[in-house]
Design a protein around this ligand. Structure first.
Ligand code: FAD
Length: 501
């Protein structure tokens, strides 16, 4: 197999994806003579949205030696314990998808089976009562899990709502301190090898030519190298994910910042609310068949409490992924690799997994076709797993007030998703596939939050004495409630971040 040696790596684009890649790879290659150059154009700018994350981000910056406190201060961040879905099941309803478990497993059987038995016998407690992460969110409280009294019930994680531009600056600062060279110029054309089609160099508007062995395309929706140059192709998933536009605007924060993102269903999509320490991010993701851009913008603005800080900004996209994320000597990372809409805040997480796979491939200073194939296979799976999880939200919606929601409920779904839903519906089984970003607790949160409960519980549950089971569940609820009562408020936690030290 041919070995392609890596000496000069070129990253195209200085958005969140570009600078995260530059920072992490600068660290990865620090003991080698591989050079990294990043080209970005301050005239073009970045996409300028992407404020909600999932917990994996905290490990990403911890690997660069950064602490939560440092990052949260620098990015005006708040805590994200999960997402509150409003009106998805029906108008007036809500539920939270937390980054944490529900109850305690016993005798190898998942907790929800025990809860289900109790419920079938008339108990009115909610699954939500057994999740500490969820209850902290609901009560606007937060004490980091490491400071909670140790218990299986205190298993929860957390992420950030942050100013993505400020995070990009942190990443850039790290990358430049670790040797990454930055060029601020517009790429005007791309030079390819006449026979192999490999990318050889980029022509910049400054007149310079930047050559390299491997190019990482972080050019955003433009997909300058992976698509405009290499014509890689795109898997279009709009048959399942009907939203194709968004409009976003920032506003002044109104009231206390909750430690969760809000996703509120609207007639033709959903609206997000993301609290930062100093402002709030807002947006409406919608289906352009069902609502005009003007109507979407006024719906968005009508549902914002504080004064607006800028003009609403429109976005267009097609949900899907690039056919091959790694094509020839080019790897797409970030929006150039695909976009699945921001419902579960997965874009930045998919940047992290892409970087992880690049590092895995470059444990040695060269790559082969086998590295390319493995990268592409895993990327495709990761995107498909996230796709299925997002489709689930739409498929299980219970709204009857608009053709958009009716259509989502009636649509056929991918086989991989159908298999999962059926296993849960029939016997409460939470199937787990390879390369999933969201584990069983997240699936359970969406199933139950949208009203899908199993037809029967696990037969092993009947081995437990009923009164014993009832008492155990009362004790669990109490333990969650006690932990919530002892936790500090989210507001106090944010204030403690900004004290010196
Ligand atoms: P961009 O930010 O667009 O950066 C592209 C870079 O390429 C820029 O630096 C630009 O200058 C450069 N470039 C392009 N063409 C050229 C050229 N010819 N020459 C030189 N440079 C060039 N993600 C989340 O994780 N959470 C969220 O809550 C979230 N919300 C979102 C909401 C919406 C409406 C959208 C559209 C996206 C959202 N995302 C979210 C996705 C997130 O914004 C992106 O994944 C993230 O910002 C990374 O973008 P990027 O770096 O790939 O692209």
């Amino acid at each position: 197999m041919i070995r392609h040696t890596l000496k000069q790596l070129v990253i195209v684009g200085g958005g969140t994806a570009g600078w995260m890649t530059a920072a992490r790879l600068a660290r990865h290659f620090r003991k080698t003579d591989i050079r990294i150059t990043l080209v970005e154009s301050s005239d073009i700018g970045t996409v300028g949205v992407g404020e909600a994350t999932i917990p994996t981000l905290r490990q990403f910056y911890a690997d660069l030696g950064m602490t939560d406190k440092e990052v949260m201060r620098a990015t005006q961040a708040t805590v994200k314990l999960g997402i509150q879905f409003e009106q998805w099941r029906e108008p007036g309803s809500d539920f939270i998808h937390p980054f944490g478990v529900f109850g305690q497993k016993a005798n190898g059987i998942d907790f929800h089976h025990y809860w289900l038995k109790l419920r079938q016998r008339g108990d009115t407690s909610e699954l939500a009562d057994y999740s500490l992460g969820l209850q902290l969110a609901r009560h606007h409280r937060f004490t980091p899990p490491s400071l909670q009294p140790p218990s299986e019930l205190s298993v929860f994680d957390w992420a950030l709502h942050f100013d993505a531009a400020a995070f990009g600056r942190l990443m850039r600062d790290y990358a430049e301190r670790h040797g990454v060279e930055r060029l601020d110029a517009r790429i005007e054309s791309v030079k390819q090898h006449p026979e192999t089609g490999n990318i050889e160099a980029l022509y910049l508007d400054s007149g310079n030519l930047v050559g390299g062995d491997l190019f990482i395309d972080c050019s955003g929706f433009r997909a300058l190298l992976i698509e405009q140059t290499l014509n890689t192709g795109y898997c279009d998933w709009s048959e399942w994910l009907h939203c194709d536009r968004a409009v976003a605007v920032q506003s002044e924060r109104f009231g206390e910042a909750p430690p969760y993102t809000v996703s509120r269903a609207q007639t033709a999509g959903w609206q997000w609310r993301i609290p930062l320490q100093t402002r709030q991010g807002n947006g409406y993701v919608y289906c352009s068949d069902q609502v005009s851009d003007d109507e979407a913008t006024s719906t968005l603005v009508d549902h914002i409490d504080g004064p607006l800080l800028n003009d609403p900004k429109p976005f267009r996209f097609t949900a899907g992924r690039r056919r091959r994320a790694w094509n020839r000597n080019c790897i797409a990372v970030g929006l150039s690799a695909g976009f699945l809409e921001p419902l579960e805040s997965t874009s930045i997480a998919l940047v992290e997994t892409a970087i992880h796979k690049i590092r895995r491939a470059f444990q040695k200073p060269w790559y082969t076709q086998a590295d390319i194939d493995r990268f592409n296979e895993d990327t495709a799976l990761e995107y498909e797993r996230v796709r299925d999880f997002i489709i689930l939200h739409y498929k299980l919606n219970g709204r009857t007030d608009s053709p958009f929601w009716e259509r989502c409920r009636a649509m056929p779904i991918p086989d991989t998703l159908r298999e999962k839903v059926e296993a849960f519906r029939a016997q409460g089984e939470l199937l787990r596939y390879r390369a999933e970003i969201f584990g069983p607790a997240s699936w359970l949160a969406i199933y139950s939050g949208l009203g899908l409960l199993p037809e029967r519980y696990h037969p092993g549950v009947d081995r437990l004495d009923f009164q014993y089971l009832k008492d155990a569940l009362i004790a669990m609820r109490q333990s969650v409630a006690d932990a919530v009562a002892q936790a500090q408020t989210h507001n106090d936690y944010l204030q403690s971040l900004n004290r010196t030290g």
